[in-house]
Design a protein around this ligand. Structure first.
Ligand code: SF4
Length: 228
């Protein structure tokens, strides 16, 4: 069922993972830079997060140096302001920078993913989704980050009885057989579907390739028929 859903969405959206910014950037950036981009992406659009990130690169150059980020809080804040919640994001970025200064950049790429997960989760401001995005896209570790769009679609079809992070994430990991490329594709294409079709307020069920298997769409049809 999950594989079928993802294949339908990939065809419908003509989705190609190698055209996705996070997929491309997770290979081009240093792990430290990728973590900063992930923090900037919290609660904002990809476009504004990327603009904030580009501001940092224009000001501080590449590769980003954690010492400069710690030593220049006002300038960093002015670069990232556009992404919103900038004070909180700066504090998270500062904590990540301290960690990288202590342990060196290479540990993010070389340390055991379970250890990395625990260390990153202990940093205030980094939640499950952010850490799973890093592990999946940078470390190619078979995990499944769940965001608000994925949670909404999972609850509307529904894919799980209990709509919580663990239930949704483990369902996808299991059903997609730990296939990292499929997990990346599923994560990205579901977000695209949530933004463009299965919107929070007015889902466009009439255009949706999942309409025949969706409980939410069925209930809406029944409700509309009753009103006629
Ligand atoms: S049919 Fe409607 S509610 Fe169901 S997944 Fe598609 S857009 Fe969302």
């Amino acid at each position: 069922m999950i594989r079928d859903i993802i294949n339908r969405l990939v065809r419908y959206h003509k989705f190609r993972i190698d055209e996705s910014p996070i997929y491309v950037l997770s290979r081009e950036l240093t792990p430290y830079e990728l973590l900063i981009l992930i923090v900037l992406s919290q609660n904002t659009s990809d476009r504004l997060a990327k603009r904030a990130f580009d501001n940092l690169i224009s000001r501080f150059g590449r590769p980003l140096d954690p010492l400069k980020i710690i030593e220049n809080p006002d300038e960093v804040i002015s670069c990232i302001r556009i992404s919103g919640m900038y004070r909180r994001k700066y504090e998270t970025i500062r904590r990540i920078s301290k960690l990288v200064l202590e342990k060196g950049q290479s540990f993010l790429d070389n340390e055991d993913p379970h250890v990395i997960r625990n260390i990153l989760l202990s940093i205030e401001g980094l939640g499950r989704k952010s850490v799973d995005v890093f592990l999946l896209f940078r470390r190619m570790y078979p995990t499944f980050p769940v965001d608000t769009h994925i949670r909404r679609i999972s609850s509307r079809i529904p894919l799980v009885e209990k709509v919580d992070y663990d239930s949704i994430s483990s369902l996808f990991i299991r059903e997609l057989d730990n296939d990292v490329k499929m997990l990346m594709t599923a994560h990205l294409v579901l977000i695209k579907h949530g933004r463009e079709i299965c919107k929070a307020l007015y889902p466009r069920c009439d255009m949706c390739p999942l309409v025949d298997i969706c409980e939410y769409a069925r209930s809406r049809r029944i409700l509309q028929n009753k009103r006629l």
